[in-house]
Design a protein around this ligand. Sequence first.
Ligand code: NAD
Ligand code: UD1
Length: 337
Amino acid sequence: MQKIIITGGAGYIGSHTAVALQESGFDVVVIDNLSNSSVASLDGVASITGTRPCFECVDCTNIEALRSVFNRHSDAVGVIHFAALKAVGESVQQPLLYYRNNLDGLINVLTCMLEFQIPNIVFSSSATVYGVPSVLPVTEETPLQPATSPYGQTKVIGENIIRDTVLANPVLGATLLRYFNPIGAHPSGLIGEHPNGIPNNLMPYITQTAAGIRPMLRIFGDDYDTPDGFCVRDYIDVNDLAAAHVAALQYMLKGATGISTFNLGTGRGYSVMELVNAFQESTGADVPYQIVARRAGDVPAIWADASLAGRVLNWRADTPLSETLKSAWRWQQNCKK
Ligand code: NAD
Ligand code: UD1
C-alpha cells in the first residue's frame, strides 16, 4: 500500500480527502495540531472507511517534531499539505500569526520532504490568487493579482516557495490546486465543516441559520454588476474536491514531473441568492435573510474554467448542487445532536 502524509488531515477538506485516499487504496498518515479541528473527524473517517488513519498530533511549524514524524514515515510517496489557518479577517488582524503558521509550516514540510526524499507534494491553493479577474471564467493562465489579505498572500507566496523549491530540486514534483468555494459534506453525514464561532463563509452561515442557531443570514450586497445584482461564486462539492487530490497524486505517481497547476471548480457560477434559493428548494428548510451592504474585499464574480483538470487528471466536479446542499444540511443536523 502506498503511504500518503496529509497535513491538516483532521480538517474539513483534509478529512474528506482522507476518506477518498483510503477508498482508493492508500495508507493515510494525518499530521494535525488540532488548532481548527478535533479527532472526532478521524472517528468519522474510520466509521466511513472502516480504517482509522494513523494520527500524529504535531504542529508543522515545529521542525523537530515534524522531522521525527517524517523519519517514522519516510516510506511515504507523497504529501498533501492542507495545514493552514484560513480566516481572512483574522489574518488582517494577526498577519504574523498567518505568515508564520502558513509559511513556516510549508517550508518545514518541504525541508522534511527533501531530507527524507519524499518526491510529491500537493498544495492547497485558492482562487483568491486571481484577485478581481477581468475575464471570466478564469483559467490557470489568468494573471495573478496581489492578494488582498495576509491569508491570500500566504497562498501566493506559498505557490512561489514551492515553484522555487522544485526548480532547485528536480527530484521534487508539485501540484498546486486552486480551490474555488468548497461546500457540502460527506453523504453519510459523519464528517463535514466545523467552523469555530460565527461562520465567515456563506454555506455554514446558511445551514446554521436554517437550524435556528443564527437568527438571520445577512446577504452582502445586491448592487453588483451581475445578472441579479448578487455576488457570483463557483461552489464545488467537497467530495469532488477530495477526489481531485487523489487524481493529482495518481498523476504524479505515474511519473509527471515539475509543477502542475489546476483550477478546481465546477465551471458554473451561482449568485448568493441562487444558492440560498437552491438550498431552500433542495432541503425544504427555511433561511430567513436580509440584504445588507457589500462586505469589504468581496470579489463581484468569479468562477473557474476547470477544463485543464478534466483533460489532464480525467477529473470533473459532477455532484449535482442539490445533493451537495442536502449533504451540508444533513451534516448540520447531525452537529446539533
Ligand atoms: P480547516 O481549518 O478545516 O483545516 C485545516 C487543518 O489544518 C485544521 O485541522 C488545523 O487544525 C490544521 N492546522 C492548521 N495549522 C496547522 C499547523 N501549523 N500544524 C498542523 N496542523 C495545522 O480548513 P479547510 O477548509 O479544510 O482548508 C484546508 C486547506 O485548504 C487550507 O490550506 C486552506 O487555506 C485551503 N483552502 C480552503 C478553502 C475553503 O473554502 N475551505 C478555499 C481555498 C483554500
Ligand atoms: C472567502 C475569502 C477567500 C477564502 C475563502 C475560503 C473573503 C473576501 N474571501 O471567499 O479568500 O479563500 O473564503 O475561506 O473573505 N456571503 C454573504 N453572507 C455571509 C457570508 C458570505 O452574503 O454571511 C457572500 C459573500 O459576500 C460572497 C459569497 O457569499 O459573495 C461567498 O462568501 P464566502 O463563503 O465567504 O467565500 P468567498 O468570499 O468567495
